[in-house]
Write a protein that binds this ligand. Structure first.
Ligand code: NAD
Ligand code: LMR
Length: 359
């Protein structure tokens, strides 16, 4: 494939022998070299909410330029043109450039990327479970994994948002065997944020007082929001709330089914809160986790807590600013263990359903 570059006033237009047309909008920057972030499904609801906050400096800081690689299916490329126009119109000083790529050319899309946010996929509708999307969205993640391995930066970290996110992440990871397994994350942060707010509202305390809120297992209706290890103002949540019936019978299902409640109310799945959670996940990965805090994401199990090695499972994590480790030593009572076993069983079943996509 050849690449012909035509320099313009504000960037370069690259025409290739395979007909790809990439417009790379480069802005001169005297700051550090840009961090490159790919977002798939960038013209969709979550992608649209993500792009501007990534470009604004909110995530990587005011002195760190960001180059966005925005990826969409071919019919949505013109919508992506509009996203780029709006990014231009924000005049973000931290936005070093935008590269738009269609999903038939994923290696260009992931080229040299330090972070890949995998959003592009179909959302569920009313009455569906996220797992119902497995055979629709799962196949997207085989090529995604292969292209990330072929083209991304050596330090790439990947956050999978598209549902069912744990198993999509499993598929991508298995199609990229050369990428270290500790680079893969599936998003549990939206559940964590939902759970924190429920505990804060019930206790009448600010949401900032809720810590160590772990979501174990699958981002699905079997997830286990572990209120036993959560704290409110440094005290175990059950001791503050003093209402075990509410915690068991209301809190858990509210968090488990919050995505469906949003779909029923809005007629579309969560978008702004999902984008916010994706950014919270990236921030948690690149920051040192405070000693008395954990964050939730689904990562590749190393066998901790009896979870099958290789499954993408929600755990309590701590990051050193580069790598996240599963927090060890949390004990579970019989009730909690049953919940963890149920979500583990579901993830094993999902893994079996996509066996043919695992390479
Ligand atoms: P959306 O339909 O608004 O946007 C999805 C975008 O992805 C569309 O623009 C579509 O063109 C694009 N797309 C589809 N296939 C693609 C591919 N192969 N490559 C690149 N782009 C592709 O949907 P949305 O509301 O943005 O949701 C996206 C996904 O995120 C859904 O699967 C949804 O269920 C999931 N989600 C996950 C969480 C979570 O907590 N993990 C939260 C909310 C939504
Ligand atoms: C959510 O939790 O809001 C998302 O996973 C979307 C959905 O399908 O529930």
């Amino acid at each position: 494939m050849f690449v012909k570059t035509i320099k313009g006033l504000n960037g370069v237009l690259e025409k290739t022998s395979t007909g790809i047309c990439l417009y790379k909008h480069e802005m001169v920057s005297e700051m550090a070299s840009p961090i490159r972030v790919a977002v798939t499904g960038a013209a969709g609801n979550i992608g649209y909410a993500l792009a501007f906050r990534l470009a604004s400096g909110e995530v990587f800081g005011p002195d760190q330029p960001v180059h966005l690689n925005l990826i969409e299916i071919p019919p949505a490329i013109s919508a992506l043109d509009g996203v780029e126009m709006e990014l231009d119109d924000c005049a973000f000083s931290t936005l070093a450039g935008v590269t738009k790529v269609d999903s038939d050319h994923l290696e260009e899309g992931f080229g040299d990327c330090n972070f890949v946010l995998c959003v592009g996929s179909v959302p569920r509708g009313k009455g569906m479970e996220r797992g119902d999307l497995i055979r629709i969205n799962g196949p997207i993640f085989t090529n995604t994994g292969k292209a990330i391995q072929a083209a991304a930066a050596k330090d790439v970290r990947i956050v999978v948002v598209g549902n069912p996110c744990n198993t999509n992440c499993l598929i991508a990871m298995n199609n990229a065997p050369d990428i270290p397994r500790d680079r893969w994350y599936a998003m549990m942060m939206l559940d964590q944020n939902r759970a924190k707010t429920q505990l804060a509202q019930k206790s009448g305390q600010p949401v900032s007082s809720v810590s160590k809120m772990t979501i174990w297992g699958n981002h699905s209706a079997t997830q286990f929001p572990d209120y036993f290890h959560a704290e409110i103002g440094g005290t175990p949540a059950p001791e503050v709330i003093k209402d075990d019936a509410w915690l068991q019978n209301d809190f858990i299902p509210i968090v488990q089914k919050r995505g469906a409640a949003v779909i029923n109310a809005r007629g579309a799945s969560s978008a702004a809160s999902a984008a916010n959670a994706a950014l919270d996940t990236v921030k948690s990965i690149i920051s040192v986790t405070p000693e008395n805090e954990t964050f939730s994401a689904a990562v590749c199990s190393d066998g901790s807590y009896g979870v099958d090695e290789g499954l993408i499972f929600g755990f309590p994590l701590q990051s050193d600013g580069a790598t996240s480790k599963i927090v060890q030593g949390q004990e579970h009572n019989e009730f909690a263990q049953q919940k963890i076993d149920a979500t583990l069983k579901e993830l094993r079943e999902e893994r079996d359903t996509v066996k043919d996509l695992l390479n």
